[in-house]
Write a protein that binds this ligand. Structure first.
Ligand SMILES: [Zn+2]
Length: 80
């Protein structure tokens, strides 16, 4: 699908880290699947990915770890 922003390139599937910060804590989720435009760098997340990423970051920031990292596709161990 062509980039809607610059109309120069096709979006490509990539995996990037996403970071969130709150109250002095940092949460990093690695290997988040998304599409990226090689020309302008614009990125798109699917609704499902964005929703899950939001949940992951919120859970991680709610913990007592100052810097939390995990992989997007890793099994959820914080459900208990
Ligand atoms: Zn673009």
């Amino acid at each position: 699908m062509a980039c809607e922003r610059c109309n120069q390139s096709e979006r490509v599937a990539v995996k990037r880290a996403k970071l969130a910060e709150r109250d002095g804590k940092v949460a990093v989720v690695l290997d988040v699947p998304m599409e990226e435009c090689p020309s302008c760098g614009d990125r798109w997340l699917s609704w499902d990915v964005a929703k899950r990423l939001d949940e992951l970051l919120r859970t991680m920031l709610a913990g007592d770890v100052e810097i939390a990292t995990r992989h997007f596709a890793a099994p959820d161990t914080s459900a208990a």
